[in-house]
Design a protein around this ligand. Structure first.
Ligand code: MRU
Length: 363
């Protein structure tokens, strides 16, 4: 996608793969800065500290991290330690394990001398296929938005989204935002309600920034406003992303997604999840019981990050020092609240048979 007229992906190799360049998302929306990763430790740290984040981009960064590791030392021992280091960075998005398992499967049978090149080729392939899958999700999702627009006399379609499932969360295009970019580009009047998404405010700092850069009309709302807007007919559909989707259609996404799905269900608002196949965990059936939920530093709840009137960017406390906080980063929306899954192979019901109809080989 474009930033000030220039096309960017969120991650790309430089200097024949010696460097992996990423957009430092901890600096947005205040500064657009690039960061170079040259070691597997730096790649792991970028995932852990959320310089890069979003399920598909976490997977893509891990693949590039394996390539950096193999370039430094292609031994069996280093292959295993790089795999373990990267896998331990964040627990919820299944794209991480998906990408690392693919890398291990390709690299382990090879002679060490062949591993660096193969790891680099795989990382490039994972990135390219992510961008393509998301663009295809955009086409399927755009058709869906058009079908909803065809049933209303409203001048514009209001779409609510939570967190950031835009191009910054992927290699390119995004998942939940791809249909919105496509619909907007093709002349459909869309407007996006952007949940700010406390505590890290990925909606406010990333989704709103992306939409603004692309010229898509949008309005930032506090996380608790969605239910009210739905009650008053101001939301035509919700589209969110997913960090892990079970084989039965349960969806784990940024904390607060579940409450939006409940409000959508109560107000008969369609609730769609943009789910690339890389985020489906075919081994799980019960999302609430089985998906590991990341707990993060409570400081993300007690502190906020922003820019003051002098342009100084920094962190400030929003609660008294005697109060402690709990930082649950994800929640699970049971399949019964999901109207449909938008995948790269089309839209299906959030059920085992729906997923099986599109992905018979995996199910
Ligand atoms: O903690 P984050 O910012 O990595 O969480 C991101 C989300 O929850 C996204 O909605 C999800 O990864 C889907 S992204 C295409």
């Amino acid at each position: 996608m474009k930033v000030d007229g220039k096309h960017y992906r969120t991650i790309w190799p430089v200097d024949g793969g010696r460097i992996v360049r990423v957009i430092d998302q901890t600096k947005l929306p205040f500064r657009f800065e690039l960061l170079d990763l040259t070691t597997v430790a730096q790649a792991a740290s970028a995932i852990k500290t959320m310089v890069v984040r979003g399920a598909p981009l976490i997977g893509a960064t891990a693949a590039h991290g394996m390539a950096l590791a193999m370039r430094a030392d292609p031994s069996d021992q280093h292959l295993n330690s790089a795999y373990d280091l990267l896998l331990a960075t964040r627990p919820t998005a299944v794209n991480l394990a998906w990408s690392l398992n693919r890398a291990r499967q390709v690299l382990q049978p090879l002679k060490p001398s062949a591993r660096a090149e193969a790891a680099e080729a795989l990382a490039v392939e994972i990135c390219d296929s992510d961008a393509l899958a998301n663009e295809t999700i955009g086409n399927h999702g755009e058709a869906l938005i058009r079908s909803i627009a065809a049933k209303t006399t409203k001048k514009r379609i209001n779409i609510l989204t939570h967190c950031n499932a835009g191009w910054l969360a992927t290699v390119d295009w995004g998942t939940a935002l791809a249909p919105i970019f496509k619909a907007h580009d093709h002349g459909l009047a869309v407007h996006v309600w952007v949940d700010e998404t406390r505590p890290r405010n990925q909606g406010a700092s990333l989704t709103a920034w992306e939409l603004a850069k692309h010229g898509v009309p949008h309005t930032l709302i506090v996380d608790n406003a969605g239910g009210h807007l739905m009650q008053h007919g101001e939301v035509d559909l919700c589209i969110v992303g997913t960090d892990r989707t079970t084989s039965t259609g349960d969806v784990c996404n940024k904390v607060g997604t579940y409450l939006k799905a409940l409000a959508a269900h109560a107000n008969q608002v369609p609730f769609y999840v943009a789910a690339p196949s890389s985020s489906i965990d075919w081994t799980l059936r019960d999302g609430v019981a089985e998906i590991p939920i990341e707990h993060r530093d409570p400081r993300e709840v007690t502190q906020m990050f922003g820019e003051d009137e002098n342009g100084t960017v920094g962190e400030f406390r929003i609660v008294g020092k005697e109060t402690s906080a709990l930082n649950i980063a994800f929640d699970v929306t049971p399949a019964m609240y999901v109207t449909g899954l938008i995948t790269e192979r089309g839209v299906c019901a959030a059920t085992s048979s729906g997923l099986k109809s599109l992905f018979p080989e995996s199910a």
